[in-house]
Design a protein around this ligand. Structure first.
Ligand code: FAD
Length: 289
């Protein structure tokens, strides 16, 4: 099913997983998707070669398996730096053959060997898919704190508006730990007449190392209340994960109360994160039990 139709009908709940690297078997990721499916998500998204892991073929296979083996729908990510129009056509054909109708169209991070061929920005990819393959529902990325290559918040909102103008059907945010920053961003979107649904991407922190990495790779602000919580639990890995999940649950309950269009959980392939966030959203009445 198309994700824009789901978003038009209700507030959504969805998950992100990543496929295995390189030639590793895909069974484990499919197992994660099947386990997450028990929480009845509206869709499960599958990342594309994130971090240069060379797993793009696996994105197609895992997305196809979600369509075939679960009750939910797949959202296949696609980055365009270093890709030609022909590469994109081949990828979309492969998705179509497996019944995948939803794509998250991204530029990807700049890296050696990932120079522009046919697409400079995500907007070019979104426009290309919309013109050549209108049967696809196309999502795009957005950044509540702005993207790290763009210093000016208003300019980054103008760039985001272009995604809507070329036909993006919905947006998924970069992770954030401070909901107030999301609400400021949502107000900014309204000012720029960005009207397509925005789903909030939330990633529970799992350890001190992981949250430090996130702050540096995504530029996400870490509020002092989060730092205090992590420091309070000390070096206990299990306690750090528990605290991270508890904090993410507090975040999503607040987002639910503030009428967001959707909540998208970066599960890092850990079903425990999917189940805990699902339970929190049932308890607060955002999801039916
Ligand atoms: P763009 O929208 O093209 O923006 C990139 C930069 O260019 C921004 O600074 C923007 O302000 C600027 N810009 C845009 N348009 C213009 C213009 N017309 N003129 C001048 N400047 C402009 N990466 C992966 O490799 N694999 C994944 O699976 C993946 N999944 C992601 C999922 C989500 C929800 C998010 C938020 C990010 C994901 N990423 C993934 C990371 C993403 O690829 C990077 O953040 C990348 O650096 C930017 O991608 P984009 O699509 O937002 O790019």
């Amino acid at each position: 099913m198309r994700i824009d139709e789901k978003l038009a009908a209700k507030q959504t709940f969805s998950f992100e997983i990543f496929p295995p690297k390189g030639d590793l078997p895909i069974d484990e990721a499919i197992g994660v998707a099947r386990e997450l499916d028990k929480s009845d998500p509206d869709w499960i998204s599958v990342t594309f070669s994130a971090g240069g892991s060379g797993n793009s073929a696996n994105t197609v296979s895992v997305s196809g398996a979600i369509e075939e083996q679960t009750n939910t729908t797949a959202l296949a990510h696609l980055t365009c730096l270093g890709s030609s129009k022909e590469d994109v056509d081949v990828y979309l054909d492969a998705l179509s053959e497996l019944g995948v109708q939803n794509v998250l169209a991204l530029r990807g991070d700049r890296a050696p060997g990932k120079e522009t061929i046919d697409f400079e920005y995500a907007t070019d990819l979104i426009a290309y898919i919309k013109q050549t393959r209108p049967e696809f529902c196309v999502g795009a990325a957005c950044y509540p704190e702005g993207h790290f290559e763009c210093d000016d918040f208003e300019t980054s909102l103008r760039h985001l508006r272009l995604k809507q103008d070329v036909g993006a059907d919905f947006l998924v945010t970069q992770l954030f730990f401070d909901n107030e920053l999301f609400y400021r961003f949502r107000d900014g979107c309204a000012r720029h007449r960005i009207k397509i649904p925005i789903t909030c991407g939330i990633m529970p922190f799992t350890s001190v190392r992981q949250i430090q990495r996130m702050a540096f790779t995504c530029g996400a602000t870490i509020p002092s209340k989060v730092i205090r919580k992590i420091v309070a639990v000390g070096d206990d890995d299990a306690a750090q994960l528990r605290t991270g999940i508890e904090y993410a649950c507090e975040q999503i309950v607040d987002l639910a109360a503030n009428g967001v269009d959707g909540i998208h959980i970066y599960t890092m392939n850990r079903p425990v994160i999917g189940h805990a966030t699902h339970e929190a959203l049932v308890d607060c009445g955002y999801l039916a039990g």
